[in-house]
Design a protein around this ligand. Structure first.
Ligand code: PEP
Length: 305
């Protein structure tokens, strides 16, 4: 009889107890984040918006760069910082051709200097070329485009970020959850974001690091996060940063939204107080890129007065 009760406890009671404890701890975490969020909302902080264009592995023909560069040069940078991520082969062809203060930000870098690193781009080479920004941690580098090799881990990305900052560059650091996590709800989303941020907390200097929140399910799919989803997630990320670092860092750090952002949805997303700009993929290859920049510059201009 006793072994039967013990077996029953192990099979049924224990998992239920564990589930209840897990739910309670999730609720406590959410409550703690909401407290920080409330505190941060009371701070009146102006954040200059920032929009990036990720050209990924485009265009095929370098002759098309001229048109893309002209497109960027047609954008107004008076109310918004702008950066462009050309494909690695095209970085040198774009660097020096942007005339409106827009910066070139390579899509990746290695974690140490020059030397025997075949196929890599060294931060040291970027410094020598006058490049000021570098983007890392895109979900496609974290393993989201079907490579059979392991994706870049949070630890590797933290090493890269430290190296970038040590060399005097600034960094756009991408994070974001896959669809399976989004389906579990906001606590799971924020927990995934926290896992991607925990190793870089010591390096979160708001003057040097921009976070790009890019839900994987939204990248290149045409499915954009709703303004409510984006705001809730950005506020949660900011609260997590506040909890783990300081209110000053959390309230000053810029958090971009990325994932099928375009001229149509940029206005509504820009109205979200915790959305500080966009990381734009496919629309950055089109003239509408400037409309996205104008939308966020206009929405934030009021709060910057
Ligand atoms: C991206 O590549 O970072 C991205 C957000 O792409 P898209 O805008 O095409 O979804």
């Amino acid at each position: 009889m006793i072994p039967m009760i013990a077996a029953l406890a192990i099979c049924w009671v224990l998992p239920v107890l564990l589930l209840i404890m897990q739910q309670q701890s999730q609720a406590a975490k959410a409550e703690a984040l909401e407290e920080v969020s409330k505190r941060l909302r009371k701070k009146l902080v102006m954040r200059r918006p920032v929009v990036g264009g990720n050209w990924k592995c485009n265009p095929a023909d370098p002759a098309k760069l001229e048109g893309l560069i002209a497109n960027v040069n047609a954008c107004s940078s008076s109310g918004c910082d702008i950066y462009i991520c050309p494909s690695p082969l095209h970085v040198a062809l774009v660097q020096g051709k942007l005339r409106n203060g827009a910066k070139v930000a390579p899509q990746n870098c290695n974690f140490s200097g020059c030397g025997a690193y075949t196929g890599e781009m060294a931060v040291d080479q970027m410094v020598a070329m006058g490049i000021e920004w570098c983007l890392i941690g895109h979900s496609e580098r974290r393993g989201e485009f079907g490579l059979p090799t392991p994706g870049e881990s949070p630890k590797l990305l933290a090493t890269k970020l430290k190296y970038i900052l040590d060399k005097g560059l600034k960094c756009v650091f991408c994070i974001g959850e896959p669809l399976s996590v989004r389906k579990q709800g906001i606590s799971a989303v924020l927990s995934t974001c926290a896992d991607q941020l925990v190793d870089i907390l010591p390096y979160l200097d708001p003057d040097k690091v921009v976070i790009a929140y890019e839900p994987v399910w939204s990248i290149g799919t045409g499915v954009t996060a709703s303004p409510a989803q984006a705001q809730e997630t950005h506020a949660g990320i900011r609260a997590y940063i506040g909890q783990q670092t300081s209110d000053d860092v959390a309230s000053r750090i810029r958090i971009q939204y990325g994932g099928s952002a375009n001229a149509k949805n940029a206005g509504a997303l820009s109205a979200c107080p915790d959305v500080d700009g966009f990381l734009v993929g496919s629309a950055s290859l089109k003239p509408e890129f400037s409309e996205i920049i104008d939308a966020v510059a206009k929405a934030k201009a009021f709060s910057m007065l």
